[in-house]
Design a protein around this ligand. Sequence first.
Ligand code: HEC
Ligand code: HEC
Ligand code: HEC
Ligand code: HEC
Ligand code: HEC
Ligand code: HEC
Ligand code: HEC
Ligand code: HEC
Ligand code: HEC
Ligand code: HEC
Length: 336
Amino acid sequence: MVMTTPIRIKYRPTFLSVLTILLSLLGAGTLRAEPLDCRRCHSDLEKARVTHSPFAAGECSSCHQLALDKRHPEQKEAIVLVSDGSKLCSQCHEALDTAKNVHGPVASGDCIFCHTPHSSPNDKLLKDTGIAQCLNCHENKFQQKYMHGPVVEGKCFICHDPHQSDNPYILKMGLPALCLSCHDASAMSGKSIHAPVRKGNCLACHDSHGSPYRKHLRKDFQENFYLPFSPDNFALCFDCHASEMILDRRTDSLTDFRDGDRNLHYLHVNKIDKGRSCKACHDAHAAEQAKLIKRKVPGFGKWEIPIEFQKTSTGGTCIVGCHKPKSYDRIKTNEF
Ligand code: HEC
Ligand code: HEC
Ligand code: HEC
Ligand code: HEC
Ligand code: HEC
Ligand code: HEC
Ligand code: HEC
Ligand code: HEC
Ligand code: HEC
Ligand code: HEC
């Protein structure tokens, strides 16, 4: 913050007196030789819990000035602000429009839309608190069935800078660093990492504020481990992957999870009653084994079913708690 107040106090009397003499010589209107004591008549101005330093110090003239040829309060236009918009504030504060992305009202110098210049009951001289200050201008898209924790608490500024940022959407940090400042980064690493996660594109699957779907996913991905198959239950995955990989009983191209042309995705997932969810085998983020195959999945009660997946160049072997070890091979068929 650049503080210029002391300098202004130091030089103003000299400047004013020189100006007064000059103007009286020219006869250009009335400028009071003695400055108006603003607080004599404006003692009623509210002094809330948080006061702005120059206001509290009675330095009214750092922001207001008396027009040279006018009388106050007789003439309404007698008192004018020393500058417009953000220039008024940047006399003493660093400019807030220097980053790559500047928030709309900051760019247009509307500082006093959010801040009061004198005093406020709220910290940082804010007129409103929480989400209310944003909803003055932004549509309320923040009422979804599943809301993100910090949004529910109205902590918009945990993620967004109110003024400016070099990151898109005036975010305080880039992605995924922002998300991983609160969420466990270790869940995003392993032998295999899902391509969009590796790129830090959490928003490919999650909405940052909230969503009609659980885990604020952009599309549905059902909770249950077993469920009757329908592509809609895994709409999220089929946004990027072809649903035919589960729909066709036989294929020699749609998936590598096949024995000869027998589609093992179809076999496990596509059932009328107890089809398995993708998460019976895959982690959506990352896993210790190849192809996002989890090490363990929930079993019965506290028992977790271990999965050991060994990949070969033409197939693989699964050693699992649910059936005896099985191998598949795309070239020469196996036991399936
Ligand atoms: C403190 C609560 C709050 C948050 C959080 C907030 N806004 Fe904005 N906001 C805007 C305008 C105008 C834009 C630019 C819209 C555009 O470019 O489409 C914007 C854009 C944004 C963007 C997108 C920036 C980008 O780079 O695309 C975000 C994020 C944002 N505001 C968050 C007017 C406001 C106003 C009106 C005085 C208020 C209050 C306001 N905004 C309060 C808030
Ligand atoms: C002699 C008493 C008096 C003094 C001294 C005085 N004011 Fe006022 N001021 C008033 C009154 C009365 C009004 C209300 C005028 C109205 O509502 O039409 C007013 C109105 C204002 C307004 C609002 C103008 C508007 O457009 O609504 C501002 C700003 C203001 N004063 C600032 C100041 C500042 C800054 C000083 C010191 C340089 C100051 N006043 C000194 C009596 C005074
Ligand atoms: C940091 C700059 C700043 C300082 C310092 C400041 N003001 Fe203001 N004042 C403003 C601005 C900006 C407005 C216009 C507010 C608006 O339009 O909402 C304003 C408005 C006013 C008004 C109009 C009524 C109101 O409350 O909106 C009065 C009266 C006033 N100021 C008096 C004073 C007095 C007296 C002092 C010194 C004790 C003072 N101001 C110090 C910036 C300042
Ligand atoms: C004459 C100098 C001056 C001007 C002009 C000025 N400020 Fe300040 N402002 C200060 C000082 C001094 C502080 C206290 C700094 C500190 O405590 O670190 C401050 C603090 C603040 C704070 C933080 C308050 C808090 O409680 O932490 C905000 C917000 C603020 N100013 C906004 C504004 C806005 C908006 C404007 C323009 C309307 C403005 N200032 C114009 C001198 C000024
Ligand atoms: C959209 C609302 C909004 C606008 C517009 C806005 N601010 Fe702020 N400002 C905030 C919020 C919210 C905070 C508090 C941020 C926090 O606590 O992390 C803040 C904090 C500040 C602070 C205190 C910084 C600190 O670190 O203590 C200053 C000074 C400030 N703003 C000045 C300005 C100036 C000058 C402008 C105009 C160029 C402006 N603000 C425009 C919302 C806004
Ligand atoms: C957990 C971090 C986080 C929180 C908390 C958060 N946002 Fe965002 N916001 C984002 C991210 C990331 C984006 C950019 C991409 C997207 O989701 O569309 C964004 C985008 C935006 C946009 C621009 C795009 C749009 O949807 O219009 C606005 C406006 C916005 N946020 C406002 C808010 C408001 C208001 C709040 C508080 C209620 C808030 N944000 C809280 C992370 C967050
Ligand atoms: C400021 C901390 C914070 C940041 C930053 C943050 N989150 Fe969260 N997140 C939470 C909290 C607290 C919860 C728990 C409350 C809830 O379920 O919404 C949560 C919950 C979640 C959940 C749902 C978890 C569940 O069990 O239902 C997902 C998914 C999520 N966050 C994703 C993200 C993504 C993606 C980002 C980055 C855009 C992000 N979070 C940034 C704090 C944060
Ligand atoms: C390809 C889609 C996808 C991407 C990309 C993605 N996620 Fe997720 N995420 C999911 C799915 C699906 C779930 C729910 C899994 C389930 O049903 O248990 C989830 C759950 C979560 C949860 C809740 C964890 C829990 O224990 O319930 C958090 C937190 C989370 N994701 C954060 C992130 C973060 C941070 C990123 C970016 C680094 C990210 N996600 C990227 C699909 C994705
Ligand atoms: C935003 C797009 C996107 C979404 C949504 C998505 N994926 Fe992916 N997925 C990819 C991309 C890109 C690859 C890499 C494709 C390649 O290498 O050919 C991939 C690869 C995979 C792989 C192979 C991993 C490896 O290590 O080779 C699996 C398994 C997978 N996805 C499962 C899922 C599941 C389950 C879901 C739903 C929870 C899902 N995907 C949702 C984009 C997505
Ligand atoms: C019974 C375990 C199991 C289930 C359930 C399962 N997969 Fe897979 N999936 C695998 C195996 C094993 C591979 C690795 C095949 C290979 O490369 O040999 C794989 C590979 C993939 C791939 C990489 C491309 C391919 O087909 O070879 C994608 C994408 C994928 N699965 C998506 C899904 C989706 C989406 C679901 C849920 C609709 C799902 N999987 C359900 C075991 C499973």
